[in-house]
Design a protein around this ligand. Structure first.
Ligand SMILES: NC(=O)c1ccc[n+]([C@@H]2O[C@H](COP(=O)([O-])OP(=O)(O)OC[C@H]3O[C@@H](n4cnc5c(N)ncnc54)[C@H](OP(=O)(O)O)[C@@H]3O)[C@@H](O)[C@H]2O)c1
Length: 241
């Protein structure tokens, strides 16, 4: 029987590419989103993948949403914590709201989601948790104290949980993309992209969402069973760690 994969923020950008790649690899996939119904509907119409709306910052909503998916598809075997936002500002101008929104989505969202599926993975002695962090969690980024802190937190979460999951055949890994051509990055003014960002990337281009999706498919597979607590870096040579 095919395994069930749940991808948060799985209807757009990197998450959509991950949802599709897992679907094409034979998994039963559920994709979640926060509020962009139009994009989610279009994604469902094209792919046939089920889409589910809730906010990953809401622990109760995560529990209810996951219960519905498990009723429909079966137990979640693979969780991809991909949902993320930016609220950029230099620190002296950063508001508490900008701080909390980013921490709540990009870090606490991982707790809210993973905590709901963890016991089931333990009971069934199988699980894959894949956390989408960022190059900016590895190196820090000015204007992103909130985002860099949350994404660095994701890496600590990954390493701690990997130790807890190992004996139960649950792997927990993180992927740190560099700049990938999604709406999040294409919202950056073209001049800044071309003159400041792309010149920092030795391969000379943005990454493709599918390049991150292929890593997620590998980490989800049985072939990746000996890889846990890892941070897989995919940034076109921008940062070596
Ligand atoms: N793009 C990059 O270059 C890059 C680089 C490094 C890391 N990342 C990370 O990769 C992940 C995906 O980025 P992306 O560029 O593909 O983002 P994106 O295109 O902006 O898509 C974000 C997705 O997350 C969902 N989402 C946002 N907040 C949510 C919440 N509170 N609850 C549930 N879902 C929520 C969105 O739902 P709606 O459609 O409803 O808004 C959307 O489906 C993020 O974690 C990001 O930090 C991206």
């Amino acid at each position: 029987m095919s395994r069930v994969a749940l991808v948060t923020g799985g209807t757009r950008g990197i998450g959509a590419a991950i949802s599709m790649a897992l679907h094409n690899a034979g998994y039963k996939v559920a994709a979640t989103y926060a509020g962009n119904d139009e994009k989610a509907r279009a994604f469902h119409d094209v792919t046939g993948i089920s889409v589910h709306k809730w906010d990953v910052t809401d622990y109760e909503a995560c529990g209810k949403g996951i219960a519905k998916i498990e009723d429909d598809l079966g137990h979640v075997d693979i969780l991809v914590n991909n949902a993320g936002i930016t609220r950029d500002a230099m620190f002296h101008k950063m508001t508490p709201q900008q701080w909390h929104e980013v921490i709540n989505t990009n870090l606490t969202g991982l707790f809210n989601m993973t905590h709901q599926v963890w016991q089931g993975m333990r009971d069934r002695s199988f699980g894959r948790v894949i956390n989408i962090s960022s190059i900016n969690g590895q190196k820090g980024q000015m204007g992103q104290a909130n985002y860099s802190a949350a994404k660095a937190g994701d890496l600590g979460f990954t390493k701690a949980l990997a130790q807890e999951g190992a004996a139960k055949n649950i792997t927990v890994n993180a992927i740190c993309p560099g700049y990938i051509g999604t709406e999040m990055v294409l919202a950056v003014p073209e001049k800044v992209l071309n003159e400041r960002i792309i010149p920092q990337i030795p391969v000379g281009r943005l990454g493709e969402p599918e390049e991150i999706a292929r890593i997620a498919v590998f980490l989800a597979s049985d072939d990746a069973g000996f890889i846990t607590g890892s941070t897989i870096t995919a940034n076109g040579g921008q940062l070596f760690v």
